[in-house]
Design a binder for this molecule. Structure first.
Ligand code: EPU
Length: 439
């Protein structure tokens, strides 16, 4: 459902926020439940639209679900290989994570091509090639991935042309039930992949990782796991709140359960001028002093995470320039900056995979009607609206619910007054009026 956020602008965030479980770590672990023959108990699972969609797909496969607070019990004992809803598969990228487990468990698959945020080309060739290396026959026919491995998957060796998060996860999931050892070279070793490794290891799979090489000793049978597994806190949510504190020059504390390495983001934010202290499971962020914009390049490992590019690009817009950002993961992930031009950042320039702000003086941000296009970009526009001098409207704000649990409630407890409503006829009129006022 299309939603709209109304923002009054001109806000400084102050207070405390608690971070939810990691979206991109939870999704492959939820898909992994298909490898089990007993219930799987997960904790710290966020209520996000992408997770709900994946759960609906599993439920249609006869996986029994009990989701109470952040505790998710999945019982895949009587799971069936069914034709999955094209609509649900097409809504999320993470539906591709069913490919490996379904092939491994049932020996055949018919999966519509996945959807997800529109941030650039999102091919699936690495996923298919990795499964072929494990003995599967897979092809794409009329927008469907058709695959079979009637005699089961065989361990093999595969070198990814470049690291891919979900393709590595798919290969790991498939290899877990294959016959014989599998070695993955140039695999992604992003924290979310390593969280899946930790989950499979706790379920008894022997997996070793040396730099970007991962070796999987298969499990002879479907896995059994009786211990609950608690997913890490979402590092992208932590980073988003750090950027939000910066954008509003606020002072906030960010609580979390357990977190993977966030050093690249912390040192970037500190180099911009933020004071960040960590005490046990809390970051204390003081962004009330002067901040400097900072250029960066996105990528894996020690490079800046692409999923935090949008909020930190928005933060740069509140600081004097010049600066530039180069995207090396998704070639078309600057829609939020194109929309931010409507807030007054009209000097922004775009060339291939780089966005730059060439001026020494920061833009004067005023209220605007902007439209979200993807999860991170829409969230960035919502927090940037807090730095505008007047009210703003963020259309297509439903994207935020795909990846940030209770976003509006959380930001409002820190002093914002964002209001999110379904987009219905009566507020279309209000938006048209506001468009006139701000133009
Ligand atoms: N690629 C290929 N072929 C493939 C797969 C990927 O060429 O078969 C390329 C992509 O085009 C891209 C690069 O490899 O240039 C890396 O893409 P990757 O496969 O790692 O991305 P993903 O697995 O589809 C996950 C996250 C994204 C995050 C990226 C990069 C999930 C569900 N999604 O996507 O998260 O941006 O890794 O870190 O884990 C988000 O949360 O907002 C989000 C988009």
């Amino acid at each position: 459902m299309s939603k709209v956020i109304y923002s009054s602008g001109h806000t400084t965030l102050n207070g405390h926020v608690s971070v939810s479980g990691s979206k991109n770590a939870s999704l492959p672990i939820i898909a992994a439940c298909l490898l089990f023959n007993k219930p799987v108990h997960l904790k710290n699972i966020a209520r996000l639209d992408d997770i709900t969609t994946l759960l609906r797909l599993l439920s249609s496969m006869n996986v029994k679900l009990t989701f109470k607070k952040d505790s998710l019990l999945l019982d895949p004992t009587d799971a069936r290989n069914v034709d999955l809803s094209q609509k649900d598969v097409g809504t999320i990228r993470a539906s591709i994570l069913l490919l490996g487990p379904i092939l491994a468990r049932f020996g055949s698959i018919k999966l519509p091509l996945p959807g997800g945020c529109s941030i650039g080309k999102r091919p699936v060739n690495f996923h298919l090639e990795a499964l072929r290396a494990l003995g599967a026959t897979v092809s794409i026919e009329q927008n469907m991935i058709i695959g079979s491995a009637p005699k089961g998957l065989k361990g093999g060796s595969f070198s990814f042309p470049k690291p891919s998060v979900t393709a590595t996860e798919n290969a790991l999931l498939a290899a877990t039930l294959a016959k014989g050892q599998t070695t993955l070279h140039q695999a992604s070793i992003e924290p979310e992949v390593l969280e899946l490794v930790r989950f499979l290891q706790e379920a008894g799979v022997k997996i070793t990782q040396h730099q970007s090489t991962i070796t999987i000793e298969p499990s002879a049978d479907l896995l059994v796991n009786n211990k609950p597994f608690t997913v890490l806190s979402d590092r992208m949510e932590v980073g988003t709140w750090i950027a939000a504190a910066g954008i509003t020059r606020g002072k906030i504390s960010i609580g979390f359960d357990a977190l993977s390495d966030l050093d690249v983001v912390l040192s970037h934010a500190r180099a911009m001028g933020m004071k960040i202290k960590k005490e046990e499971n809390t970051f204390f962020v003081d962004a009330s002093g002067p901040l400097m914009a900072r250029s960066f390049t996105t990528g894996f490992g020690k490079l800046f995470p692409t999923d935090l590019q949008a909020p930190f690009a928005a933060l740069n817009l509140t600081c004097d320039g010049p600066w530039s950002i180069t995207e090396t993961v998704w070639e078309d992930r600057f829609d939020h900056l194109k929309q931010a031009q409507l807030f007054g950042a009209s000097a922004l320039k775009f060339s291939q995979n780089t966005a730059s702000y060439p001026l020494a003086i920061k833009p004067t941000l005023h209220g605007a009607v902007v439209t979200g296009n993807d999860l991170r970009g829409t969230c960035a526009l919502a927090i940037l609206s807090l730095a505008a001098s007047g009210p703003s409207t963020i259309l297509q704000s439903q994207h935020i619910g795909r990846g940030y649990q209770y976003f509006i409630e959380k930001i409002n407890t820190m002093g914002a007054t964002l209001r999110q409503e379904p987009l219905i006829e009566h507020n279309e009129k209000r938006i048209a009026q506001q468009e006139q006022q701000v133009s």
